[in-house]
Design a binder for this molecule. Structure first.
Ligand code: FDA
Length: 301
């Protein structure tokens, strides 16, 4: 009931309160804070992928601002010899304004990244952008081989077909469940069905020729993925686990202690609001934990 209440009231929850509950998912407002987070993760054996928060850009100058921020991130990774990639969103690069503008903006980031030897992941957003994102990836990977990869969402019904094509092409694919709620006509809705769909897609990707980023905190999926990796004889250079900042550091430690490569998604920046709302909608428990901590702090002080 608490979870439903949190979900229902999110649209009217004051921004400072959202910020209070969701701050563990965001490294901070500045690049310096993101760099400090990446260093802390690195000390604990984790790699990172840095994301400049922002999406659904409608002005060219805002897309240009995002591109400039990514150039700064790439410079910081090089200057600090950080164990980090970057992740970016097509709608932050101008996809909703003009796909050609978006392509040129991502190409500018990729040119820099390829020169610096840094990998760039193109995140996957809601279903109306899936075709355009895969087209962008297809065009960009030809110009910047090995410098970029894409994301597939297990909840989408189309994903098995997309996974087969990308596995065949030897692509670098992050597989996640998918955070955007989509209509039943194009997406699975049941938790167990999404889990099964995830494992079917994972098997296609692991049996293919590419690199697979297994992005989940679902322990059942982690367990099945490890069994699948053994069964298929997939080498450690062909996969990694990925997790979000602020989610289940214990599982993160279990995987790194077992010698697995693990990368943490590190978002930062002033545009934290939509990202935080999605995280809270996905897991309202965090609001309960935050509220308890807040009340404890109040009672103890
Ligand atoms: P599930 O949601 O079932 O979570 C499993 C367990 O993890 C929960 O029981 C809980 O304990 C914990 N947990 C999960 N989310 C939590 C949260 N917010 N707070 C606290 N605990 C939480 N999606 C997308 O559509 N496009 C993308 O490009 C990406 N990119 C991406 C990168 C990386 C590195 C990760 C890990 C995830 C994404 N995602 C994403 C998000 C992804 O689609 C999905 O929504 C989340 O990973 C949650 O799904 P799980 O597989 O973790 O399962």
């Amino acid at each position: 009931m608490f979870d439903s209440l949190v979900r229902a009231t999110l649209p009217i929850t004051p921004k400072p309160l959202i910020h209070f509950f969701a701050r563990k998912y965001v490294a901070g407002a500045t690049l310096a804070e993101a760099v400090a987070t990446v260093r802390r993760l690195s000390e604990n054996g984790c790699r990172a992928t840095i994301d400049v928060l922002g999406e659904s850009v409608t002005e060219r100058q805002h897309a240009a601002g995002a591109v400039a921020s990514y150039h700064e991130v790439l410079d910081a990774i090089t200057a600090g010899s950080l164990a980090a990639h970057v992740s970016l969103k097509p709608t932050q690069m101008g996809l909703n304004i003009d796909p050609a503008l978006c392509r040129d903006n991502i190409a500018s980031v990729l040119e820099h990244a390829q020169r610096a030897g840094i990998f760039v992941r193109i995140d996957m957003e809601d279903a109306p952008t899936t075709d355009a994102t895969l087209r962008l990836y297809d065009e960009l990977i030809r110009r910047f081989p090995r410098a970029t990869g894409v994301v597939l969402q297990a909840r989408l019904r189309r994903t098995l077909v997309d996974a087969a094509a990308l596995a065949e092409a030897g692509a670098n694919v992050r597989l996640c469940k998918g955070i955007y709620l989509e209509p039943r006509t194009i997406a699975y809705e049941e938790r167990e069905t999404i889990r099964r769909a995830y494992l079917h897609a994972l098997e296609i990707l692991l049996a293919g020729r590419g690199y697979v980023a297994i992005a989940t905190h679902d322990e059942l999926l982690v367990c099945e993925a490890l069994a699948m990796i053994r069964r298929l004889g997939v080498g450690p250079d062909r996969f990694e686990f990925q997790m979000l900042l602020g989610v289940d550091p214990e599982l993160r430690a279990i995987l790194t202690s077992a010698g697995h490569r693990l990368r943490v998604y590190v978002p930062f920046g002033s545009h934290w609001y939509p990202y935080s709302v999605r995280r809270l909608r996905e897991n309202p428990t965090i609001a309960r934990v935050g509220l308890e901590a807040f009340l404890r702090g109040r009672m103890e002080s």
